[in-house]
Design a protein around this ligand. Sequence first.
Ligand code: GCW
Length: 720
Amino acid sequence: MVSKEKNMKRFVFLIWFFNVVVLVNAENGSRLWLRYETVPPSLGSELLEKITAIQHNSQNPSMIVAANELQEAMMGFTGARIPVVGKPDAPGILLVTANTRMARRLGLNAELRNMHPDGYLIKTARLNNVTHTIIASPTETGVLYGSFDWIRQIQSGNYDHQIIVKSEPHFDLRMLNHWDNLDGTIERGYAGYSLWKWDELADVLSPRYEQYARANASVGINASVPNSVNANPQVLTPEYLEKLKALADVFRPYGIQLFISVNFASPAALGYLPHSDPFDPAVQQWWKDKAKEIYRLIPDFGGFLVKANSEGQPGPMDYGRNHADGANMLAAALKPYGGLVIWRAFVYDPGDKDRAIQAFDEFMPFDGIFADNVIIQVKNGPVDFQPREPFSPLFGAMKETQVMMELQITQEYTGFSNHLVFLGSQNEEALKSDTWAYGEGSTVARVTDGTLIPHPVSAIAGVANTGEDTNWTGHHFGQANWYAFGRQAWNHTLTSEQIADEWIKATFTSNPDFLEPVKDLMLNSHEAVVNYMMPLGLHHLFAWGHHYGPEPWCDVPGAREDWLPRYYHKASEYGIGFDRTRNGSGAVDQYFPPLNDMYNNVETTPEEFLLWFHHLPWNHTMKNGRTLWDEMAFKYQEGVDSVRSFQKTWDRMEPFIDQERFRHVQSRLRTQVRDAVWWRDAIMLYFQTYSGLPIPYELERPVHDLEDLMKIQLDLKHHN
Ligand code: GCW
């Protein structure tokens, strides 16, 4: 008997120990940037003095979520449980929406009425001699965003009780595109299987759905497309629509609108009609009925994302119709419900025409012909999410059509979840690229955010990097790319430096001995990957299919030429690079002046895009006096050196953070260094077979043999 009791006690203790010590302190990255660690005592007592209650009297789920979040944050920051109350008696946070009694009492209605529905105000106000912090917005979702902002100020050490914040998003739709298949795999996913458990839905709701929605809301992401653009028609069956409804219901309180990717040939593929010609009234009716069915289940459904006539996906051209015919037919079906069609411009055909100019040529004729609920989604660069690309010339050129940018958060071309690459810098580069469409300052951000080309809805999308890995993104630093996308979609003027700063403080620590070196590392990491993979405008030197390692020699019999690296590098005994000048493919003339002339001239082309626009001899003289060949060697070495320095920096960070995350990142950096050396050797040794020139003698010598590198066949299968 006694020993049984003892055992029981031991068991209870173990459970307690596991929950309190192991689980709470488990630093597995699952908490993302929403960690809410104890704040310094002085700030803690200030918070406890000023925030003694959280007040609202709404039944709206988003308000309830906002109040809970503030409560949880206060608990984490101070250890105290702050009550949520209905009356503003005690000093605290008042959550206020427009057109309520409280907004009237506080005199906020006029200001709120003129704000973006997602925007918010944070300020203090006195009510019956009590000072409160007000978080106010035209909508409940806006209050939720304001609450997360208030929390972020504390996490980033910027809390000031008196601060006045007025914030409105730059893009209306801040959207994640998941390339998740219905079988649970993820195309270009490097964090395990999909978050969406289609087999279990709609009956079983994984707790991760809500955590995902919360994380998105915390950075302002407000739309999600859970299934891949290579869309399985099944997603439109009644069975899947029920599953989607269940997801939409979880997302809704967090302000996240559900969209789906649809297969253009769905009516035929699902066996309802003999074909899917958009001009056939039966096809049009099918989509109208489908839209009605969807909106009955999901009244705030966002619309369809479509990859049509691209990489083997069906589309209107299969029936002799064009992009506008296809997009407008779907748009008409969604129109009565306020739904949108997001039509992708990622198109290119096999053939002689430079792949980089095809999307522009294919879409420009339809500028002004798309319905007003169609948005054209354009990848940041004209080819395909390469480590560095100039911006796509469609930005700014389509003046009568709403255009949105698609960024890649998942690291298809930047080392998967093995490499530490902070994409905030890459996004910033893309957003701030000047298109010159309306003179200087017509940045990609401003031609898509509604400022220079006003349209009903402005938008931006990122291809998600989430999966079922405990830390969500595979690499702990992959979380920063999810975070950065959201923050930049909300405010494209934020610098990547600011974003890295916030993220590190919330995710790891504010200790300057960690913060500064790690921030530096993050901010240099994009340039590093460009240098060790594809500097000076080189692009698509990736291995066939998986796009992880280098394979500039790749030759697959019968393959499309534009799926092979040689199409892009064009190396010969003479030199290297893709001639896109007026003597070559003429891509330069898709850009506005003065960029067209600038890129056409080798002297004025920024060196980071040199081999994107020019084919040059190996002995071409660079601005610093080196030959092109030598400069390439220096750039690759610089890439390797950077990653080695990241390793050194990181190893010094051990005292500041938990072992679990420290070791994980440490081991990934080792892989990254090995890969950087692999890249350097593969590219330089291979191109050396053309240039016949030595690696400059002051640089490190290659450590691999080309024949060995050429034998590497990673088992990472993919179609192209
Ligand atoms: O980047 C390429 C990828 C494909 C992807 C395609 C696209 C979803 O290699 O995997 O397919 O782009 O964007 O449609």
